[in-house]
Write a protein of this length. Structure first.
Lengths: 670, 101
């Protein structure tokens, strides 16, 4: 069904970005920060209203036909390649749009308070709006190429926002790192896209539109490429793209460094929206991935490994934002694991609940950082519970949610993933996911106890609670962390898993519960609650009661495991040695080859010419000396005049080039 | 209806802006940007003629070639600008009159 209002969802924030990008400096000078904030927040709020309307319109339709399309214009038409600029709202993308505009809007409001007093206030909000617009293009795109536009757009905005305080070289470096690492994934994404189009053209119909791809996917099932099923190759390439954006092994290294950006950026981009793009991509192409079991198995294990590795690293981090960054990677690992066992409904459910509680955690951390004058080290925090009661309360609720304490959102969605892994028949995946649940509870409560409990270890006296413009979004997000889980409340506990049913047409595998497995599902649930409780209890024993000194555990086995985790398993160092130094070394070899081989060849030729000239010179000196001298005099005199042209001033050269070009053209045409 | 002339006019405008930028900027990065504009103006021409001319892909192929060329040009150009900055501590083309390194 056609719905011409869809276009306004990405267009409104884009408009805000254009106004602020072109005239924001003027607005801020003339009318102050308040006007800038209004211009930035209003489009996102309106987009959210339209998203709600879209959602309602879809809900009113029969479950099988929930599709709204807004076709704007034909973008590319070359031969058999036909790409439209068109937006598509179906249950999956409508839910994503709600998350992006809703949580994105709250983070916009929070930023109004967080960025107060920032000289480039307008630039921040222009980029934030542009990011939102690009993310909305990504989730609403009706074809793979338009999705790629949004994909690259959010990457660009992420780069600009990570390096927002670019005067500090470390921030600019972190931005570049995020951009470059993502480029590696994007390269694979593009290759996958080409291969998909090429195969579809050869075996079915040339198209990149999602609904067409879904329809023709089965026709590609038997096609092979160099001994591999072509679908395995395509999905593997697309998944490598997803590992870049969604920070999975091996391309997760950019996300921890991305914490260099302002904290609202970390909440918006690196927790709630952009990093979920990879998960969204796989869920979007669910039909394609379902036909490639080899890729799915790899995806599941990549997700599980990432979840475990990142959670283990998070346990030993001392920077409050680094803990949250690794926690995000770990939770994304859960989502990817769910995708790998074919439960994309569970993945999207966790994506949504995670957006609530992780955004709340990041923003709460932002309040703490602001109250302590940009102190981020957990070892110099403590005792903030009394000074910042609202931040503490919202932070605690979100921490309970991510730790998986029932009946909060994180418990429900994480449990659905664990249960999907178990019912998929893979006990190993379940075991990894289950242990990660314990680690998650532990590192989250280590953070809570270190930051908010105990005595104050900060040099800054009397930290104050954040203003209402920051605590109100926190409260709303915390409420989401409490209640979002009820949308997908599992059938085994008397719920209807309404979210699974909502996504069912888009994600065919969500919430497939067999009744004979009820006992196993309850077992999985009880086991994960026990694990979460154990994690919290250990954190309590170590950091509140002081029963076991953390230093003693750190010194275990000679301190080597702790050192390895604290240095993040040396992955950055290995990448530096392998790729950066490798490229630099290769260029050095090339430079030497240039100097030794090519220059030597040129020098040899020159020497030959010199010898020949010396011979000629002798002839000249004897034969035409006098004549040459005359010529030389002329040349010298001419050179003396002409040298004025060789001024070394590039502008002067350019003028001469253009004048000569015009003269030649005039002569040719006239 | 938008026809060939409209595209050509846009290309002309972009070309003129690029040329103006190249001729008037004293900042070498600005000059590089002007060159990019000129290259893209050429691209618009190629694509316009490809679209309104006979149904071959020559225009598109050349445009992609130009985009690649522009990328290579930017790499070399920026490397030169970096080199200039290290030598002269300025990227103002007026300041770089000495031809000796």
């Amino acid at each position: 069904m056609a719905a011409a209002y869809l276009r306004w969802i990405p267009l409104l924030p884009l408009l805000g970005a254009a106004v602020l990008g072109l005239g924001g400096a003027w607005v801020q000078r003339r009318h102050g920060e308040r006007a800038v904030a209004a211009i930035a927040c209003l489009p996102v709020a309106l987009a959210f209203a339209i998203a709600v309307r879209t959602f309602a319109a879809l809900a009113a339709m029969p479950a099988e036909q929930r599709v709204l399309v807004d076709r704007l214009w034909t973008w590319i038409e070359i031969g058999s390649l036909h790409v439209d600029v068109a937006f598509l709202a179906d249950p999956l993308s409508a839910l994503m749009v709600l998350v992006v505009t809703g949580i994105g809007g709250l983070i916009h409001v929070y930023s109004v308070g967080y960025m107060r007093g920032e000289p480039a206030y307008w630039r921040f909000f222009a980029l934030l709006n542009l990011f939102t617009a690009m993310m909305l293009v990504l989730v609403l795109a009706d074809n793979l190429l338009l999705l790629f536009v949004g994909w690259e757009g959010v990457g660009l905005c992420s780069y600009a926002l990570i390096g927002f305080w670019y005067a500090d070289l470390a921030n600019a470096r972190a931005g570049s790192k995020a951009f470059l690492v993502n480029r590696v994934g994007d390269f694979a994404f593009a290759l996958g896209l080409f291969l998909l189009f090429w195969t579809l053209e050869a075996h079915a119909e040339a198209t990149l539109a999602f609904r067409e791809i879904d329809r023709h996917a089965a026709a590609l099932a038997g096609v092979s490429l160099g001994g591999w099923s072509v679908l395995t190759v395509i999905t593997a390439l697309l998944f490598v793209g997803a590992t870049g954006k969604s920070a999975q092994i091996p391309l997760y290294v950019w996300l921890p460094d991305a914490m260099a950006g302002p904290t609202p950026v970390s909440a918006l981009i690196h927790a709630a929206t952009m990093v979920t793009a990879g998960v969204y991509l796989v869920a979007r192409l669910d039909v394609l991935f379902a036909l490639a079991p080899a890729t799915l198995a790899a995806i599941a294990w990549v997700g599980a490994a990432t979840a475990l590795l990142a959670a283990a690293i998070a346990v030993v981090q001392n920077d409050i934002k680094k803990v949250l960054a690794y926690s995000t990677i770990s939770q994304l690992g859960y989502m990817v694991l769910a995708l790998g066992v074919g439960a994309s409904g569970a993945a999207v459910f966790h994506l949504m609940t995670h957006a609530f509680f992780k955004a709340c955690l990041f923003l709460g951390a932002g309040s703490v950082i602001l109250a302590l004058h940009h102190e981020q080290d957990l070892r110099r925090m403590g005792g903030l519970r009394a000074a910042m009661p609202r931040t503490y309360a919202t932070f605690l609720v979100s921490a309970l949610a991510i730790a998986g304490v029932p009946p909060l959102a994180g418990f429900v969605s994480k449990d659905e993933i664990l249960w999907s892994a178990l019912s998929h028949g893979d006990g190993g995946l379940w075991l990894v996911g289950w242990s990660v649940a314990g680690l998650t509870a532990f590192y989250m409560f280590r953070l809570v106890f270190l930051a908010f409990h105990g005595e104050a270890r900060s040099e800054h006296a009397a930290p104050r609670e954040a203003p209402a413009v920051m605590t109100v979004p926190l409260t709303i997000l915390a409420a989401g962390a409490v209640f979002a889980g009820f949308l997908g409340w599992p059938e085994v506990l008397g719920g209807g898993n309404r979210l699974g049913a909502w996504l069912a047409p888009a994600a065919a595998h969500g919430g497939a519960h067999a009744s004979h497995a009820l006992a196993w599902e309850l077992f999985s649930m009880v086991a994960s609650i026990a694990m979460a409780a154990a994690g919290i209890a250990v954190a309590y024993a170590m950091y509140v009661r002081g029963l076991v000194a953390p230093e003693r555990i750190a010194a275990w086995a000679g301190g080597a495991p702790y050192r390895w985790l604290a240095r993040k398993l040396y992955v950055d160092e290995v990448y530096q040695a392998l790729f950066v130094d490798g490229v630099l070394g290769a260029s050095r070899v090339a430079a030497r080859a240039d100097a030794r081989v090519i220059d030597a060849a040129v020098d040899g030729v020159a020497a030959g010419v010199r010898g020949w000239s010396r011979f000629q010179g002798a002839v000249d000196a004897i034969v035409v000396d006098g004549f040459v001298n005359r010529v030389a005099d002329v040349a010298l005199a001419a050179g003396g005049r002409l040298r004025r042209l060789q001024s070394g001033r590039i502008n002067a050269y350019l003028y001469v080039i253009v004048a000569a070009l015009v003269a030649v053209l005039a002569w040719q045409l006239g | 209806m938008i026809g060939l002339t409209h595209y050509l006019f846009v290309a002309l405008l972009v070309f003129a802006l690029g040329l103006f930028c190249v001729l008037t900027r004293r900042n070498s990065l600005g000059i590089l940007m002007g060159i990019e504009l000129i290259l893209n103006a050429a691209n618009i021409n190629y694509l316009a003629f490809a679209r309104f001319g006979p149904a071959t892909y020559d225009g598109q192929i050349v445009a992609i070639f130009v985009i690649m060329l522009a990328a290579a040009e930017a790499v070399v150009g920026l490397a030169i600008v970096l080199g200039i900055y290290q030598t002269f501590h300025s990227i103002d083309v007026e300041a770089t009159e000495t031809l000796r390194g």
